[in-house]
Design a protein. Structure first.
Ligand code: ZN
Length: 412
């Protein structure tokens, strides 16, 4: 009897240890070989970078290692990154006829530039259009280049343009950016809500994206817009670059309720590597105050600046950031976000979306070449190989395939 009790106690102890090993166990010793083996085995995808903004500035070759940029084909290879979503981004401007036209054209221009960069480096990369393409292209020893559109403002309120951009290769649209648009309210617009969530046009856009097999991206949109999208979308959705609000109190991040609804929808939150979204910033530093001043100028004046003024503004901001460096959040802080989602809803609903070249960058993971450090930290915390493969791409590509399947079976 005594034996049986101690056996049961031991078993219970083992079970408890296993259940808790991810966060409460002693960190595991991890070898470089193990990190490399698992990282290489994964089909890795980063669902958001703003590198096309650098591409259109000219003199940019994605096949050459960039000194300041965080994403290029060389660094992707070094970091074992198989696939990247390059965002054709337009900032939100007042909705005038000219600005609509400009946004629409800018996105076309950015997508054209992505194609020409890949064409110039066709030994190193290929354009990817389907969920399957990442593995196919990776097997050829190349990088897969996916295209996303950041800000539905680029549709210029014309529903036919969803299909036009789909035909041009875009596979997700981030419905809004920092301000409300015709589709929905934004999470960061300080004006009062315009639609109280998703507009009638926004519902049409979601329906059209579902019909075509385009992924709906809920990053940047307001909480109410988000819940409307979840109700409206017939296929799972993604947050291409958002983190957990319970850990960093920023409106761009998702609340626990939003994450629970996402899991129910079958979607995925791709944790963003932007330091302020990973860890609340220290608001007492000079750097923070200067940064806030520059951000205020950006919000107020950026859209009316000419190219010279924009260049000067960028230069000033870079100088300030160099003069007052700050402690960035680190890889451990980032993996806390993955842990949080896993504890809340399980391993199947979380991935990585860096926002590199759009503000993303952490201590220990400041460009794509340092991605293996995330794998190392997950291994240290006891994540299994299967778990890590899911986070690096398994989860996202599951969603992508479901979006494709819905479009293939929907009565179009
Ligand atoms: Zn963004």
């Amino acid at each position: 009897m005594k034996n049986r009790i101690s056996f049961t106690a031991t078993l219970l102890f083992i079970i408890l240890l296993t259940v808790n090993s991810r966060s409460y166990g002693q960190p595991k010793k991890v070898t470089d070989e193990e990190v490399k083996r698992i990282h290489d085995k994964a089909i890795t995808v980063d669902t958001h970078c703003d590198t096309p903004m650098n591409m259109v500035r000219g003199n940019f070759d994605i096949g050459k290692k960039q000194s300041s940029g965080k994403v290029d084909l060389v660094k992707m290879k070094e970091g074992g990154l198989d696939a990247m979503f390059f965002a054709a981004f337009v900032g939100q401007k007042p909705r005038t006829t000219e600005n609509y036209q400009e946004a629409y054209q800018t996105v076309h221009q950015m997508i054209d530039t992505i194609y020409s960069q890949v064409e110039r480096n066709r030994q190193l990369a290929s354009i990817a259009l389907t969920a399957e393409d990442a593995s196919i292209i990776s097997k050829q020893g190349k990088r897969a280049v996916y295209i996303g559109i950041e800000n539905g403002f680029a549709l210029a309120k014309d529903i036919r343009r969803v299909e036009e951009f789909y035909n041009k290769g875009a596979r997700y649209i981030t419905l809004s950016h920092s301000y409300h648009n015709d589709i929905c309210d934004s999470s960061t617009d300080r004006a009062k809500p315009e639609h109280n969530g998703l507009s009638a046009f926004g519902r049409d856009v979601v329906g059209e994206m579902n019909r075509l097999g385009m992924i709906v991206d809920v990053s940047h949109i307001s909480d109410q817009s988000y819940f409307d999208v979840i109700k409206e979308s017939k296929a799972p959705v993604i947050a291409s670059h958002s983190s957990v609000r319970a850990l960093a109190n920023n409106d761009r991040n998702m609340t626990d309720d939003m994450i629970r609804a996402l899991a129910k929808n079958g979607g995925v939150i791709q944790i963003c590597l932007l330091s302020d979204y990973v860890k609340d910033p220290d608001t007492t530093t000079i750097r923070y105050k200067k940064d806030q001043e520059m951000r205020a100028i950006y919000n107020e004046k950026w859209s009316s600046m000419n190219e010279d003024q924009k260049a000067e503004f960028r230069k000033q901001w870079t100088e300030i950031r160099e003069k007052y460096p700050r402690a960035l959040a680190n890889v451990s802080d980032l993996v806390n976000h993955i842990d949080h989602v896993v504890k809340l809803v399980g391993i199947d609903y979380v991935g990585i979306g860096s926002d590199f070249d759009g503000g993303g960058g952490l201590s220990g993971c400041n460009d794509v070449s340092e991605f293996p450090n995330i794998t190392r930290e997950m291994l240290r915390r006891g994540y299994s190989e299967e778990d890590i493969l899911k986070v690096w791409g398994g989860n996202f590509f599951r969603v992508f395939r479901q979006v494709e399947e819905y479009a293939a079976t929907a009565h179009n």
